[in-house]
Design a binder for this molecule. Structure first.
Ligand code: RB5
Length: 149
């Protein structure tokens, strides 16, 4: 499974730690930048990861900025992406099970390294339940189509 990762300058260091964690767990990782702590606006890198997930190049994405909010807003503008901002493991597990979230976002200024890696494991280690949740995902898809040009 290939995981796309990305960040802005604020998320760069945590993104590197997550990358190493994913590789150690046996995932293939595709890095969409940023590649240093030099100023890098989050929209560019978040949309690169989101587009890779939407196109199927990457099965899932993990994107980090200072709060996780900017990258979440950007990623959710890409049709087909369901990005979830998580600061706890319960949300990371539930968003996979109920929302079939395909992108995880986190704030490097919000969560510490240990919690961030636990959140990654909860996100990667849980599957979509389907069933009663599917009609809600269908509604989300219809909403996307309603506003697509
Ligand atoms: C960068 O300073 C910061 O604004 C950004 O990382 C993020 O938190 C935006 O949502």
């Amino acid at each position: 499974m290939t995981i796309g990762v990305g960040s802005d300058h604020a998320g760069f260091e945590l993104k590197e730690i997550i990358k190493a964690h994913l590789v150690q767990a046996g995932y293939e990782v595709k890095d969409f930048g940023a590649y240093s702590t030099d100023k890098a606006n989050y929209v560019l890198h978040a949309t690169a990861v989101a587009e890779a997930v939407a196109s199927g190049t990457c099965a899932r994405g993990i994107i980090i900025c200072g709060t996780g909010i900017g990258v979440s807003i950007a990623a959710n503008k890409v049709p087909g992406v369901r990005a979830a901002l998580c600061s706890d493991t319960f949300s990371a597990r539930m968003t996979r099970m109920h929302n079939d979230a395909n992108v995880l976002t986190m704030g490097a200024r919000v969560v510490g390294m240990g919690l961030a890696l636990d959140i990654v494991d909860a996100f990667m280690g849980n599957a979509y339940e389907g069933g009663r949740h599917q009609e809600r995902l269908d509604e989300l898809q219809a909403l996307e189509q309603k506003y697509s040009k």
